[in-house]
Ligand binder design. Structure first.
Ligand SMILES: Nc1ncnc2c1ncn2[C@@H]1O[C@H](COP(=O)(O)OP(=O)(O)OP(=O)(O)O)[C@@H](O)[C@H]1O
Length: 656
């Protein structure tokens, strides 16, 4: 059952009567006052049980080189907050990823074991699981409310009226304590937005849209100050109290955070040291083994010290490893003796609940039509590009400054013989500057945007084509504005071919070139693993196209193997189009017989004699389309892949 406030039920919104609407509004207002006081969402109780989860890393000879998880058993229950704790490198994130079915695939990894959800195989629960990742990624210029509203538009069933969706979003804002920052932009490194804790709670809110029963959160307090960490954990505790099954990994929580946990899984070097209720049960378990937590000490700190290997000397290392091995054995024996039933102190009511639980229903997101997806994504892309004042200001300043600098250097070129070289130099500079500005802007932002899009696509929110088309349409006017501004200042300053038609063609050429460079930036951003890598790869690739841009080297003089490069160089076609546009019909003064008297002779020298502006722009447009197409293919192919869980029978013996 999708957890919605009653008044938000689509069925209740279908009748348009005014009276009913008023009643609805009154009900909604009354409900808003109650937010946070009672449980507004009904969540299907979900129990996850895992047995013998083993994860190993294989070497080149397919032998086990490292055991990441070793025979981990346990259970996460509805209405409880389970924390996975352990020292750094103990396997917390690996384990959480395995439980959520989102361990990145690797040929060197093997996972075995079984995970059941309400007694059913894990795979049938695809859309019921929410995974809040460590990094919070958003479109920086959208406000908190806009971010959530868009997610609601893309994920909630189409039968919902927009009023119902708005209420749903309002309720989420209340539940997650985001009301005060609802109309603040999310922000990024350039523009200050909401705080780190608010971002984390927004991530949780976005994950809750599809009304999942289970919420996984990977180190949700990392990078937050104590106050924000407390608020985030309080949010997760509330979700558990509302009936969600909440599982989070956490490094070393403060005492006040530890007190919020219901259950605990303690891992050390991938082995299970304890699984069961937090607090008294856990303290008693370790006390029985001779490790009593001092009265006023934070149990989380005590456990962390107890299960960490001390590498300060070989003796301490051996001693702590032996102690931990003893704790792992003791827990395994105790669990086996009690047939795991003591883990959570299963009581009768819970046993009864287990029987009542139905197989999970499929809640696959029903996407709207292509046009609807396009419209929504266009709005988002438009808001992102037009509101990003800092980036637009920098781009505008760069276009203005470089136009003024080059305009001053090539100030009012005449028609002497030496002006021929100056003109060629200026046209090459214009082509390179336009391409570089468009490329760097794109590679700076696209790798991060790609991750957001991949996450949204993994949820099935929309298809790739409406996203890409919407992005292109929204960004086109802004992307065109800067090269046009550059050209409009540079052209008269340098006194290039002074007719309106030639100026218009010049503007058109730099605009198409900017689109092609931006498209190339998208491809680079789609393959590079990070922004840093994209910023290294993009300009290097562009340098090759600059070298074969028609000015520095004549491709006929280069080895045959390189002769195709000018055909695909966006700099070459832009330079060629700019040259034809500039030199055709231009006369030069000359005194010697070997002087070039008109532009056609110059074009012959450049091997552009038979070329036309239209032909070169068409080639440039083809290159732009090629890069767009390649981006599409790469995004389609490079979906995140997750490691499959193999059955327990196929288990790899971690000892061998
Ligand atoms: N794909 C992989 N290839 C190689 N080693 C891996 C892989 N995944 C995990 N590991 C190793 O497994 C161990 C556990 O990693 P994991 O990230 O799960 O630990 P963690 O407890 O979450 O650590 P931290 O608290 O520092 O984030 C680490 O030693 C890590 O280097």
């Amino acid at each position: 059952r999708r957890g919605t406030p009653e008044s938000s039920d689509p069925a209740s919104n279908d009748s348009p009567g005014e009276e009913e609407e008023e009643e609805e509004d009154a009900a909604a207002a009354a409900q808003q006052q109650q937010f946070g006081k009672k449980r507004d969402f009904v969540v299907e109780p979900t129990t996850i049980t895992w047995h013998n989860i083993t994860c190993v890393l294989l070497d080149k000879a397919d032998k086990v080189s490292k055991v990441l998880l070793q025979s981990v058993n346990g259970e996460a229950k509805a209405g409880r907050l389970l924390a996975i704790m352990g020292p750094s490198g103990s396997g917390k994130t690996t384990f959480l990823n395995v439980l959520a079915g989102q361990l990145p695939a690797s040929a060197r990894l093997r996972i075995n074991g079984s995970i059941m959800i309400n007694g059913h195989p894990f795979s049938s629960m695809k859309h019921r699981l929410a995974y809040v990742r460590q990094e919070d990624l958003f479109f920086s210029q959208l406000t908190v409310r806009e971010t959530l509203s868009l997610a609601a538009e893309l994920q909630l069933p189409r039968t919902w009226k927009s009023k119902a969706k708005d209420r749903y979003v309002d309720e989420l804002l209340y539940r997650l304590g985001l009301v005060t920052c609802a109309d603040t932009a999310v922000g990024d490194a350039k523009t200050r937005g909401i705080s780190g804790g608010e971002k984390k709670r927004l991530s949780i809110a976005c994950e809750l849209i599809a009304s999942p029963s289970v919420v996984f959160a990977d180190e949700p307090t990392t990078g937050l100050d104590a106050f924000q960490a407390e608020k985030v954990m309080e949010t997760l505790r509330k979700l558990a109290q509302e009936g969600h099954t909440v599982v989070c990994s956490i490094h070393q929580p403060r005492g006040s955070i530890y007190s919020k946990f219901d259950d605990l899984v303690l891992l050390s070097s991938g082995a299970l040291v304890y699984a069961g209720p937090a607090h008294d049960h856990a303290l008693m378990h370790f006390a029985e083994l001779g490790h009593t937590c001092p009265e006023h000490m934070n149990p989380a700190e005590y456990f962390a010290d107890l299960i960490s290997v001390d590498y300060s000397s070989s003796e301490t290392e051996a001693a702590t490893k032996e102690k931990i091995a003893g704790l792992v054995d003791a827990f395994a024996q105790k669990a086996a003796k009690l047939n795991h039933s003591f883990l959570y102190g299963a009581n009768k009511a819970e046993e009864e609940m287990k029987v009542e639980i139905q197989p999970p229903q499929s809640v696959a997101i029903q996407r709207g039509s292509w046009w609807r997806q396009f419209r929504l994504l266009l709005r988002r892309a438009w808001m992102q590009v037009t509101r990003d004042k800092v980036t637009n200001k920098v781009r505008g300043n760069m276009a203005l400054t470089s136009a003024l600098i080059f305009g001053s250097i090539f100030w009012r070129m005449g028609h002497s013989q030496t002006s021929i070289q100056d003109r060629m130099g200026l046209l090459q500079v214009a082509a390179v500057n336009t391409a570089m500005a468009a490329l760097t802007k794109t590679v700076n932002v696209f790798p991060t945007e790609r991750l957001i899009v991949q996450r949204e696509q993994a949820k099935g929110s929309y298809a790739l084509t409406p996203y890409l088309v919407a992005k292109l349409v929204a960004e086109a006017p802004v992307s065109a504005a800067f090269p046009l501004m550059f050209g409009a200042i540079l052209y008269p300053m340098a006194r290039l071919h002074p007719t309106l038609g030639r100026f218009s063609a010049f503007s058109g050429i730099v605009m198409v070139e900017a689109f092609a460079a931006s498209a190339m930036g998208l491809t680079v951003g789609a393959i590079a693993p990070s922004t840093e890598a994209a910023l290294a790869l993009g300009p290097s690739l562009m340098t090759v196209f600059i070298v074969f841009g028609g000015y520095y080297v004549n491709s006929e003089n280069t080895p045959t193997i390189f002769r195709w490069i000018p055909e695909v160089s966006l700099i070459r076609w832009a330079f060629q189009a700019l040259s034809v546009n500039e030199f055709k019909g231009l006369k030069f003064q000359g005194t010697n017989t070997f002087d070039l008297r008109d532009g056609d002779q110059v074009l012959e020298r450049l091997s552009f004699g038979k070329s036309t502006v239209r032909g070169a722009i068409t080639q440039e447009a083809r290159i732009a389309l090629f890069w767009y197409w390649l981006t599409y293919v790469l995004l389609k192919r490079n979906k995140p892949r997750y490691q499959a869980l193999e059955s327990p029978t196929a288990a790899v013996d971690p000892v061998n």
